[in-house]
Each structure stands twice: as C-alpha cells, then as structure tokens.
Design a binder for this molecule. Structure first.
Ligand code: DMJ
Length: 519
C-alpha cells in the first residue's frame, strides 16, 4: 500500500510539473481562497440580535455661527488631508510616514498590516459626513482585516483602537461587519487572561495565544493603564453577544484590585500577574496609569450611573491623587506630579493633561457634592496645559514639562521636547467647553489647529515634530493613528453644537471612540 501511495504521489507530482509556473501558482491561489472562504463562513455566523441602545445625535452638530462653521470645516479639511494621504501612500499599513510617503508600524501592532489607521479613523469619518471614505474603510475591513495572523500585539492598544473603533463604527453605522470583526478579535485577546491571577499579559500572539509582558516593566509586571483599560469595550462585547465571558474577565480584575492594599491610597502602576503583588511603587495620572482612572469613571457613566462600585473606586483614587500628587507651582499653576517610592516628581506629561477633562466629566455625582471643586480643578489643569503650549515657539505642547528650580510648564530635557500629534490637551478643552461654554476653550482649540496646520502639515499628511522650542523643527515622519481617531475628532466636536454625540448618551473610550450608555 505504501508503495502504491508513493507511486500515485509521484505520478501527481509529474503531472503537476508538466504545468507552467503560472498555472501552478493559480491553482495554489484557488486552494488558498477556498480555505479563506471556509474560514469566513465559519467566523461570520450571525450573532443573536440585541436591541440597540438609544443612539442619539449621530448626524447633527452643525453650528449656527458662520465663523464656528468655518473653523469646523477647516478641521474636516485637515482630516481629509490626513486620510487621503494615508489612502494614497499607506493603505492597509498601520500608520503613515508622511514624508517618506510609505507605510509605518510599531511593535504595539505586531508584525502584521492591520490597517490601524483605517479602524481608528472610521467613526471620525462618519461624524464628519465623509461617507465615501467611510465606505472605503468598511470595504477594506470586510475583505482584508484578518486576525488569524502569527503576530504578537499589545492587548491594550488593540482593545482601545481596534475593538473600540469597530464597536463605535458599528453603533454609528449599524453595519454588522464591524460587530462581527470586533467579536472575532476579542476572542483572540482572551488567551491573554490565562495567567495565575487573571491579570492579563501586556502582549498576546494572535495565532498561538501565548502571552508575555514588556521586558522593561518592573519585575515582569503588567501595567495598570493597560489591564485597567478594558472595561468599557468588554462590557459592550458581552452586551452585544449575550456572552458573559468578557464581562467576567474585567470584573475579575476589578475584584482583585479592590482586595489589595494601596500605599497611601494610591494605585501603583505595576502589578505582577503571576504573584498578584504590586511592582515598583510608582503612581502616575499620565503614562502607565492614566486611563485606569478614566475607565473607573466611565464605567459608572456607561452604566447609566448604576455601577456605583466603579464610582466609589474612582472617588477614592482621585482623593488620594489630590492629596499626594496635585500641587500648585510658585507661579500659581496647578499641576499633577508623579509619585516615585515616596517622592513627588514635579513633572507633568502631555498624557496627564487628559485629566482636566476627566475631572469636569466626573464633577456631577462627586462625593460630598464637590461638583464646583472638580469643575475648578478641571479648569486649572486646562489652564496649565494651555500654558505648556503657549510657552513654546511652535505653540504646541511638549511631551513632558517641569515645575522645578524656577521652571514652570516647560520641558527641560531634550528628549521631552517633542509633539507627536497627541490629543490630550485638546480633549480637555472640549470637555471644558461642553460643561462651561467659556469661549476661551474654543479660542485655545483654534490656536492648536493653526499651529498643527502650520508646523505639522506636510504635503504627504501630518507629522509629529521633534522640538517644539525650535523655530525650524525636525519632523519625526509619523502620522499617528490617534491623530485621526482623537485629535481631529475632539477638534471637530469643539466646533460643533452640543447635540452631536451628547454626553448624556455617549461615553468616549480612551481612544475617543464613542460608545452608547447602556440604560
Ligand atoms: C491614545 O492612544 C490613548 O488616548 C491612550 O489612552 C493614551 N494616549 C494615546 C494618545 O496620546
């Protein structure tokens, strides 16, 4: 039998070799397509229908004032410039190099072309009424976005940009493909939770499901802002699928955190997923900590204020932060420093500037009825962050700035002087605008539009700059996907009327993807 099989295989091989190279390749391609089609059929089983939440204000926002309308149109034009150039030079790649005019990627997206910019930009395109562009993105996602790839990605980044982006696109457009892709992708992230404690790894291989942590994180730890920024998307996944698995994963993290002692009431940024112990005692409202606090507040808001456990955790955390991390500089600027092993570092990151918006968003419903206090705190942070922009040559904010030794809201180290098209300061302007309607926030937002357009715009898109204090800055040649997802969206909302995505009905994830309140 063995000999017979062998002979048969040889015959087949001989037959094949008679064919031309092109014929053989065509046959291989047909076989591949068949496999892909089979997989698609298997994966795109329709999900059980659930009633859609109240989707209010997805097609509104036209401002009455012609001057504001003009500004809003300018932001839309910038979005078009960023998208068209990505479309032309980076299509399907994760991001764009606007000067080299080719695709760009970083290790957070793994080694695969997952079209991060397309997924991140979809909802911004939708609310701006760029429907042809939205459809192009949808088509690419339908045909090309495939998660069965041997690629190690960041669980946090994929969650906030891809799952958040797909869910928002689904809610806004009602197109099933986005929901199906979000659920498929979430399934690929679940193995990251297979750790002794249930605290997920920072990275997971989408194909093998093997997870691990960043080499640089304290003693093999997972990062607070990463495992603590899954809640909103995972609750929506359970809602849309009727499968509690996602909800259970994030609630398990919350329960575990609730049981742990916190030094001075503060959450350290590092937690070891094997031992369940804190790593280095470093607390930050900027990088490594930021969106954990944001998601506690937003879990409460997204639950129509029913999740009072999340609100309590938020209130406790913010009180400790105010006590230990928030100070006033000699010049009267309120800043949020970083806590490192019992010592306050008087430095604030651009990332930390989102907290102004968070404070004002959390003012209503605050403990001891301190709404006025949090509104004021939000305004003070917005002012400080505006100063960090205003004290530069380009009127764009540095990555980090100090309040030490006579320095106020200014970057000192060369490697902290860059601006990479980040959104946080503009995000805070927008929240402050929505809650106060003080015209200075639109004024500050407009200053940022002009500076970005003047110094970051190049013919191939938008680029970050390496030194905001230099009058002839060098470009970093990266158009970050969050520029389209967040920076331009917040600017557009800032110059829209409040009936576009009203905050009573929508909660924005940390990548500015709006998810509806689940009443
Ligand atoms: C975004 O990807 C998200 O806002 C994240 O929470 C931290 N910051 C970047 C953009 O600066």
């Amino acid at each position: 039998k063995i000999r017979a099989d062998h002979e048969k295989a040889l015959e087949e091989a001989k037959e094949k070799l008679k064919k031309s190279r092109d014929e053989i390749q065509a046959e291989i391609q047909t076989e591949k397509n068949k496999v892909v089609q089979e997989l698609k059929k298997k994966d795109s089983k329709p999900l059980p229908p659930v009633p859609l939440p109240n989707l209010i204000g997805i097609n509104s926002g036209e401002p009455a004032d012609p001057d504001v309308r003009e500004k809003r149109n300018k932001v839309k034009e910038m979005m078009k410039h960023a998208w068209d150039n990505y479309r032309k030079y980076g299509w399907g790649h994760n991001e764009l190099k606007p000067i080299a005019r080719k695709g760009h990627s970083t290790n957070i997206f793994g080694n695969s072309q997952m079209g991060a910019t397309i997924v991140d930009a979809l909802d911004t395109l939708y609310i701006m009424g760029l429907h042809d562009e939205f459809r192009e993105g949808q088509e690419w996602i339908d045909k090309n976005l495939d998660f069965s790839v041997n690629s190690e990605v960041s669980v946090f980044e994929v969650n906030i940009r891809f799952i958040g982006g797909l869910l928002a696109a689904y809610y806004l457009s009602g197109q099933e493909v986005f929901k199906i892709k979000a659920v498929q992708l979430a399934g690929k992230l679940l193995p990251a939770f297979n750790t002794p404690t249930g605290i997920p790894w920072a990275m997971v291989n989408l194909k093998s499901g093997v997870g691990r942590n960043w080499g640089w994180a304290s003693a093999g730890s997972s990062i607070l802002a990463e495992f603590g920024t899954l809640h909103m998307e995972f609750v929506h996944l359970s809602y849309l699928t009727g499968d509690p698995v996602y909800y259970n994963k994030v609630m398990h993290i919350r329960k575990l955190l609730q049981k742990m002692d916190r030094p001075n009431g503060l959450y350290p940024n590092y937690l070891n997923p094997r031992t369940g112990r804190w790593g280095q005692h470093h607390t930050s409202v900027g990088g490594l900590g930021d969106s954990f606090y944001e998601y506690l507040l937003k879990a409460w808001l997204m639950s129509d204020k029913m999740d009072t456990e999340a609100r309590k955790m938020y209130d406790d955390a913010i009180e400790a932060i105010e006590k230990h991390l928030i100070r006033k500089s000699n010049g009267g600027l309120t800043f949020i420093g970083e806590w490192k092993n019992g010592h306050l570092e008087r430095k604030m990151g651009h990332l930390t500037c989102f907290a102004g918006g968070m404070f004002v968003l959390g003012a209503d419903g605050s403990r001891d009825d301190k709404a006025g206090h949090y509104l004021q705190l939000g305004a003070e942070i917005a002012h400080t962050c505006h100063e960090s922009y205003d004290r530069t040559t380009l009127k764009l904010g540095p990555e980090a700035f100090k309040f030490d030794g006579g320095v106020e809201a200014v970057a000192v180290r060369q490697n902290e002087k860059y601006y990479i098209l980040r959104p946080e300061v503009i995000e805070t302007y927008w929240y402050m605008w929505r809650f106060t309607h003080d015209p200075k926030y639109r004024q500050w937002g407009w200053e940022a539009v002009q500076a970005i357009d003047k110094y970051c715009r190049v013919s191939g898109g938008f680029s970050g700059v390496k030194d905001v204090y230099s009058s002839s800055p060098m470009y970093d040649d990266v158009q970050q996907s969050f520029f389209l997802a967040e920076t331009l969206k917040y600017l557009y909302l800032l110059f829209s009327s409040d009936d576009l995505l009203p905050l009573d009905n929508w909660v924005f994830n940390t990548e500015a993807h709006p998810l509806p309140v689940l009443h």
